[in-house]
Ligand binder design. Structure first.
Ligand code: GLA
Length: 746
């Protein structure tokens, strides 16, 4: 719902209601100001929240505002512009010739964003070219603030879409150059910015950091005066930071207190900054990283920023995550597989690496069929002459020395066993040792004359080029049409360096990173439209591009190349801050684990992998009968629990990082509750035990008055007992032991 009232100055105040949250914007002397974001409030005229302090000599006043207290340097802007007295980080900076042609300073990056008019619409307009949340006219409303820079021909449309039944708000900005003759240059164009007047001065930032094999570990840190930024300059959202952060107060917990999440639907260079000024005002902004970014806006052209999704929770980080899960599962993922039960797969990567042939794959599929596994995925190494990672990327032709019976026949054999068939591609890459590179060395990203950095023996294709995308579409389509292929794993195993394109004119050199991402989205859109029945799984050396934009095309993503169950606890629980269980691909792999050497029981490996899109990544032909029996149990459990885990509500009970207190060992625990609260699935894992450990875990999200029956023991508990007194799990555990309890309402 969007309500408009008129302020004492005769300017509009907009009160946006998203589920149980409010977001208030006021126009003040033409400036769009941010007044409030938080749990729902009843008043609209809250401009008393503006901070009225300042000293003229250090905080300049815009000439058209009355003398007194107003200053751009402390005003809470909705879309802060560079250069007129707001000295904090700006959301927008544009070089444009001023309309006053006699003014010799036209072209300085001073920018202004001043309200002109607004529109309120039911629904959410589609704004190409970036992926965005989709919602029907019954699900949301949109406010568009039409703004202008009075000195130039630049117009700024600020889009706010509020969801009606959940506290989420989607923001984008459209920047238009309305000049008929003069180009402009964007130097900064963020998606969203909020200036908090009311957040606890001791605000803290929650974000997800990592590296290869160790993605999305949650970190929480107090903000200090100055800026803190999580970002990527790698050409991909990356392993190191995720395009997500949340502002919380020092008191916020999983279940209590304020949490404002900021998630950017984007797969390229990004920046999320939290900046605290001398008055304790916190600016929180997200968008394309300004590093190396410069966008040439031709006369008449417009630029649409990626979308930022802000979730407002007054009930802690747990609720914030649950809102993201539902929204992203229902309103971001698309297509046939968005919310459909995913097949249990076995992937041959950790089973064979590059050393396989058709017979080996069929042998794995035969065992898989006997254990309840539903799909075989043929990973890297089936094409060109690829027997290691040193060649053939780009040569998407079946290697018939390995797949001797041919791809069509192999797929038929696997299908005859009752399994689907999936295949691996790394479309955006080119090996210097490849037929493609021999034919088209100019298709690799490069900046003339500079040596090209090599990474995993490969270069990156220039995805800004249409001919490159056409080649990829044609060759990949050829493979996909040649056999009954029902799944694709889309990998991306290095980041961008020397990012230049022979086809971009010099004034567009600063556009390459964004254009690369747009090229990727274009190819993904073409392929997913041409093969809508295919389940696409994203991958980037594990989870190096696990971001909301990729989920728009591929509803599941390989969470990490680290398949060690203990390591996966941090990775998966960190990922769960934003991303739903159905999006996290999680496999049971061999023990000792290939990445860490750790030995973990088959049961615990299954219990941990059950928290996502479930599968196996080991050589089934080498397993004992006892292990195969366990697979039969796990595959049956996966179907039994699918609805609770993937469509239910997640409660993080103990994070591995919180748990070690010197007495009770180190553990992790979480639970899912079905939407109607009739069933719950509780998991507890001991990472490192100690002598006589004591473990009580309080459950959450149950119906307090209902009686739940433990499906293993038959013991009955009231929901309120489990939530207030908790489960007593005290026992002598070994490292890596785990407990799963399935509760059903009586
Ligand atoms: C990446 C992926 C792995 C596997 C290999 C194949 O590392 O993350 O799962 O597909 O590539 O080369």
């Amino acid at each position: 719902m969007i309500q408009t009232i008129t302020s004492a100055l005769g300017e509009p105040i907009f009160h946006l209601t998203a589920g149980d949250a409010s977001y208030v914007i006021s126009i003040f002397h033409g400036f769009p100001l941010h007044l409030y974001a938080g749990p729902a409030i009843s008043d609209d005229d809250v401009d008393y929240l503006l901070v009225r302090v300042g000293h003229d000599s250090v905080v300049p006043r815009p000439a058209h505002t009355p003398e007194g207290w107003f200053s751009c340097d402390i005003a809470p802007f909705e879309y802060p512009a560079y250069g007129s007295g707001d000295f904090r980080p700006s959301a927008v900076m544009v070089k444009a010739k001023t309309l006053d042609q006699t003014n010799p300073t036209g072209g300085a990056p001073t920018t202004a964003v001043m309200y002109e008019s607004h529109e309120i619409l039911a629904g959410k307009p589609v704004l190409d070219p970036c992926p965005a949340v989709h919602a029907s006219d019954d699900e949301c409303d949109t406010l568009i603030l039409h703004c202008t820079d009075p000195a130039t021909a630049l117009k700024y449309d600020l889009y706010y879409t509020v969801l009606r039944d959940c506290p989420a708000l989607c923001r984008r900005t459209v920047i238009k150059n309305t000049s008929d003759t003069e180009p402009a240059t964007l130097l900064r164009a963020y998606s969203a910015s909020l200036d908090f007047t009311t957040i606890d001065p001791q605000a803290e930032l929650v974000h997800l950091w990592g590296t290869w094999g160790r993605e999305r570990h949650m970190e929480r840190t107090p903000l200090l005066h100055g800026s803190m930024s999580v970002n990527s300059r790698r050409g991909a959202s990356g392993h190191y930071h995720n395009p997500f952060a949340a502002l919380v107060t020092s008191e916020t917990t999983e279940e209590y207190g304020m949490a404002i999440g900021m998630s950017l639907i984007y797969s390229g260079n990004f920046d999320i900054t939290a900046d605290v000024d001398a008055f304790g005002l916190t600016r929180f902004m997200a968008g394309i990283s300004p590093d190396g970014f410069e966008w040439h806006l031709a006369p008449g052209a417009q630029f649409v920023t990626p979308e930022a999704v802000i979730v407002i929770s007054g009930e802690g980080l747990g609720k914030m995550s649950r809102v993201y899960h539902k929204l992203y599962r229902r309103n971001l993922c698309r297509g046939e597989w968005a919310d459909k039960e995913r097949p249990i797969l076995v992937n041959n990567w950790e089973a064979t690496y590059f050393n396989f042939d058709d017979e080996k794959l069929v042998a794995i599929a035969e065992d898989a069929a006997k254990c309840g596994i539903e799909m075989l995925v043929m990973d890297d190494g089936w094409f060109g002459i690829r027997n290691d990672d040193k060649s053939s990327l780009g040569d998407w032709f079946v290697n018939e020395d390995k797949i001797r019976c041919g791809l069509g026949k192999l797929v038929e054999k696997v299908n005859a066993l009752g399994l689907k068939f999936g295949i691996w591609f790394e479309p955006e890459m080119i090996s210097p040792v490849s037929k493609l590179y021999e034919a088209h060395p100019e298709w690799a990203l490069q900046t003339g004359g500079r040596p090209m950095s090599i990474s995993r023996s490969q270069y990156v294709l220039d995805m800004t080029r249409e001919d490159v995308r056409d080649y990829l579409f044609d060759t990949i389509s050829g493979v996909l049409s040649s056999a009954n292929i029902e799944y694709v794993k889309w990998d991306f195993n290095r980041n961008l360096t020397e990012a230049g394109s022979a086809l971009l004119p010099a004034e567009r050199g600063g556009e390459i990173f964004h254009r690369y991402v747009l090229g990727l989205y274009d190819l993904l859109e073409r392929l997913t439209s041409a093969f809508p029945h295919i389940l696409l799984e994203g991958c980037s050396s594990g989870g190096g591009r696990f971001d909301p934009a990729m989920l728009y095309y591929s509803p599941q993503f390989w969470t990490s190349d680290d398949t060690d169950a203990m390591e996966r606890l941090d990775i998966q629980l960190g990922t769960s801050f934003v991303y739903p269980a159905s999006s996290m691909s999680c496999h049971v792999s061999a023990s000792p684990n290939h990445q860490t050497g750790r030995v973990t029981s088959f049961t615990t490996r299954g219990n941990v992998a059950m928290a996502g899109a479930f599968g196996y990544e080991l050589d089934l032909t080498k397993l004992s009968d006892e292990e195969k029996d366990l697979i039969r149990k796990q595959t049956a459990d996966y179907h039994r629990y699918y609805n609770i885990i993937n469509r239910g509500d997640l409660y993080r009970l103990i994070l591995p990082t919180d748990s070690y207190n010197g007495k009770t060992g180190k553990c992790a625990s979480w639970m899912y509750v079905s939407e109607d609260r009739s069933e719950a699935l509780f998991t507890f894992v001991v990472i490192r035990t100690s002598v006589h450990p004591v473990y009580f875990v309080k459950l959450r999200g149950l119906d307090p008055n209902a009686v739940y029956v433990d499906q293993t023991t038959g013991r009955e508990y009231h929901g309120d007992t489990l939530m207030n007194a908790g489960m007593n799990l005290t026992k002598n555990y070994r490292d890596g032991d785990s407990v799963v309890i399935h509760l059903i309402k009586k």
